[in-house]
Ligand binder design. Structure first.
Ligand code: FMN
Length: 213
């Protein structure tokens, strides 16, 4: 297969400074809504990059479950590899890619645990199967077989006997508090539009800069 032939022009639309909201969260909201309206599969899925204290990076997909002026919230296992890395180094990267719209949003910031109460509120809204899955899976640990998980699932179903699934102690949300947010729109001849919002140190205002593609 000749991967060099796998290419296309990006020509849907452009991004102009005058179209951008002064507030990057409003701009995110607009693009997120447009990704949902376009019927893209899993528009809330994003790539989350974390790094150990020594700088060794890892990346994986997680689901965005909430965003507001404070940042972006996802849920996970607090003993997972990503959680271990966040404990060592709270700096993370977040990438939303909506390729059919020829767009990506690249965010950098710091991840912090959300209050247990807020995680519990969300946990209670999850489908029972997802609640049980979170309960029994030692996420990121080496396990001997799938059978082990299935056995634990049967045990949990029996033990709980239809009762409420309590939120596991090692499960909850992280909020990514953004420090930079870059909006990327594909353009012809690889001359893409990129605008990066950067938080000013002295105030809560954002500076917007155009970056070369
Ligand atoms: C579409 C999709 C959505 C996912 N959403 C989550 C999620 O919200 N939380 C999570 O912990 N893992 C999620 N995962 C699984 C992660 O990608 C990853 O396998 C898991 O969190 C373990 O990562 P770690 O070992 O780096 O901590 C998702 C995977 C995919 C493909």
């Amino acid at each position: 297969m000749n991967l060099g032939e796998l290419r296309r022009e990006y020509s849907r639309t452009g991004l102009r400074r005058k179209d951008l909201h002064a507030d990057p969260m409003r701009q995110f909201e607009l693009w997120f809504q447009q990704a949902c309206d376009a019927g893209l599969g899993d528009p809330s899925a994003f790539s989350l990059a974390t790094a150990s204290a020594s700088g060794a990076p890892t990346v994986r997909t997680v689901l965005l479950k909430l965003f507001d002026q404070r940042g972006f919230v996802f849920f996970t296992n607090y003993a997972s590899k990503k959680a271990q890395q966040i404990e060592e180094n709270s700096q993370v990267g977040m990438l939303c890619h909506w390729l059919p719209l020829e767009r990506q949003i690249k965010i950098t910031g710091r991840a912090e645990k959300i209050p247990t109460k807020e995680s519990a509120k969300y946990f209670a809204t999850r489908p029972r199967g997802s609640q049980l899955g979170a309960w029994i899976s030692p996420q990121s640990a080496v396990i001997s077989s799938r059978k082990l998980l299935e056995g634990k699932l049967c045990e949990a179903i029996e033990t709980l006997a239809g009762g409420e699934v309590p939120m596991p102690e090692k499960w909850g949300g992280y909020r990514i508090v953004p420090e930079t947010m870059e909006f990327w729109q594909g353009r012809e001849n690889r001359l893409h539009d990129r605008f990066c919002y950067r938080k000013q140190e002295s105030s809560s205002d954002w500076i917007v800069e155009r970056l070369a593609p």
